[in-house]
Design a binder for this molecule. Sequence first.
Ligand code: ADP
Ligand code: ZN
Length: 210
Amino acid sequence: MAPDGREGTIEVITGVMFSGKSEELLRRVRRALIARRSVQVFKSHLDDRYSGIHAISSHDGRRVEARPVSSSLEIAEHVDPEVEVVAIDEVQFLDVGIVDVANRLADRGIRVIISGTDMDFRGEPFGHIGPLLAVAERIDKLHAICVVCGELATRNQRLIDGRPAPAEGPTIQVGGSESYEARCRRCHEVPTSGDDQIRLIDEVRFQLEG
Ligand code: ADP
Ligand code: ZN
């Protein structure tokens, strides 16, 4: 607990890309600024697509810049002794040390707000969001809209030239709407090279059967 008696907490905002995680993180940061809390914002340096947009200002003119970091240690090193709220965006790209760092900050009475996507493009757990969900006091899982069918989207569809990317690709590949879209479980497609072989066999069989 903090010296002033305030209790620290970990809040995780998670879900698919385009579900509004960053918007929600910034909303909470803006409200903390209105409450005159001292706030620091960090984000993974891997995601520099929106650099500039992440400078947050409240109506009374106070501003906070999001500091790009490449490791959880860098966050621990740059946290001000007097800070009351620490927000971390795109946490799925950070190392496992983030769980310990978040816990230590919360133990010191700091409100830790974390956002990150929970699944990679294959639909498998991403990075260290899982353990963070386990230690968090509060979790909000947001949904986007499936661009194929209009239902709630829970999965990150990776695209290459507009077509579903194969499972064999690298887990981390930063991109925006040109290479990702939000889809529901049913519309989510992850072809494997096995699928390609089956497709080839089917085509050959179709030609032979004429
Ligand atoms: P996240 O941080 O979860 O990737 P952002 O906060 O950056 O999401 O962006 C959320 C915004 O993305 C929404 O307010 C909406 O305007 C836009 N958007 C684009 N595609 C979609 C979609 N398929 N479903 C919902 N919102 C979408
Ligand atoms: Zn769908």
